[in-house]
Design a protein around this ligand. Structure first.
Ligand code: UD1
Ligand code: UDP
Length: 367
């Protein structure tokens, strides 16, 4: 079977390895990197640390408005898919690289598999929600991280070929945490002690593109009484410059870090405050209290389990949670057993003879 796997943004690089490792011994995987993220710290570092195979195609699309970026990706992706004629196209998550891949594959009548299907924030002002809704509607195979995602798809009438496999991000965490503990020197470099600081990441458009919300977050960080380590996403760096944010000395802004350093920073943090989907889940995997700087989250199970507190961006609400949120107790295996990559590869393999061929036939494509 020939599979085209599409990646382009940071969370997609983190998620790439488990599926690639499980597929490559038996199948041909062609990796396409759209170039949505291109800084070394946002892209290449993950290929090096996680031994992701070098992309077969680098589309070099870069940044732009949603329409421009997505359209450029589609134009270049169409050429790749027409040249490669894969048996299945795999997209993941909810980025513009995801929706571009989904639209092109669907229009070429190629079977489409969506990893991390069925996640919903129910907030259509969020670009990722649009990307998810469209991708799930177009996909032929849906691989879900959580049982809630399966229910969301059912509510939308998507019932066939939906598989709860767990979270490939958990696979990655389990396979890399020991290596990170040995290799990362980030705590020494920053001169911080385990559990002696809080980790912050912020990059959601709703927070960075709204000066009032970003200012509230900055005010909260300036008001806490512990060291804050804040690896700053390039989008956020720009937005902080625009509002001319000034930080107190205990708030330490650093460049985005690689995977080994971020999971080390997460594991050793007393508290994580974030608007990232991946970081919310990683906090849960590691049993680190997480406060989420958003008004809604796709990862409700982490909130229900008591390990994530959805606080929004009101300065006082953030500070209250920051000081008082002290989760404890069980963390049920809501994200599976850490074998999502293998399960996805097995299902793709099993469907090779039957479903993939049937789906292509339905779409009038010869396989
Ligand atoms: C994208 C995804 C978001 C995901 C995030 C992960 C979409 C719509 N959003 O958001 O779901 O959570 O990636 O990090 O796809 N930039 C650089 N260097 C880079 C990449 C980006 O400087 O390597 C800057 C550019 O100014 C760019 C801005 O960051 O305009 C935003 O990048 P973009 O890829 O459009 O969206 P993200 O905010 O990164
Ligand atoms: N991440 C990283 N370095 C950083 C910040 C985040 O490696 O400086 C990792 C993070 O741990 C997770 C992935 O990037 O594995 C998530 O990406 P991001 O937060 O950019 O996007 P989201 O998950 O919100 O889509």
């Amino acid at each position: 079977m020939k599979i085209v796997s599409i990646v382009g943004a940071r969370p997609e690089f983190v998620q790439a390895t488990p599926i690639s490792r499980a597929l490559r011994p038996h199948h041909q995987e062609i990796l396409v990197h759209t170039g949505q993220h291109y800084d070394y710290a946002m892209s290449q570092t993950f290929f090096e640390e996680l031994n992701i195979p070098a992309p077969d195609y680098y589309l070099g699309v870069g940044s732009g408005s949603h329409a421009k970026q997505t359209a450029e990706m589609m134009v270049r992706m169409e050429e790749v898919l027409l040249a490669e004629r894969p048996d299945v196209v795999v997209v993941r998550g909810d980025t513009n690289s995801t929706i571009a891949g989904a639209l092109v594959a669907a229009k070429l009548g190629m079977p489409l598999a969506h990893v991390e299907a069925g996640e919903r924030s129910f907030d259509r002002s969020m670009p990722e929600e649009i990307n998810r809704l469209v991708t799930d509607r177009l996909a032929d195979m849906h691989f879900c991280v959580s049982r809630t995602a399966v229910e969301h798809l059912a509510d939308e009438g998507i019932l066939g070929n939906v598989h709860w496999v767990g979270d490939v991000m958990y696979d990655v965490m389990l396979s890399q945490i020991e290596i990170a503990r040995q290799k990362s020197t980030i705590l020494q470099t920053l001169g911080v002690e385990a559990k002696g600081y809080a980790l912050v990441t912020v990059h959601r458009a709703a927070n960075t593109d709204d000066p009032a919300r970003l200012t509230q977050i900055v005010d909260a960080l300036n008001s806490v009484d512990e060291t804050v380590i804040f690896p700053v996403h390039p989008r956020t760096r720009k937005a902080l410059g625009q509002i001319e944010a000034v930080f107190a000395p205990h708030v330490r802004l650093i460049e985005p870090v690689g995977y080994f350093d971020i999971i080390t920073l997460e594991e050793s943090a007393r508290l994580i405050a974030t608007d990232s989907g991946g970081v919310q889940r990683e906090a849960y995997f590691l049993g680190v209290p997480c406060i989420t700087l958003r008004d809604e989250t796709e990862w409700h199970e982490t909130v229900s389990a008591g390990w994530n507190s959805l606080v929004g961006v009101e300065t006082e609400t953030i500070l209250d949670a920051w000081r008082n949120f002290r989760p404890s107790g069980e963390r049920p295996a809501i994200f599976g057993e850490g074998d999502a990559g293998r399960k996805i590869a097995d299902i793709l393999t099993a469907s090779q003879q039957s479903t993939v061929a049937d789906m292509a036939l339905e779409k009038g494509v010869l396989v």
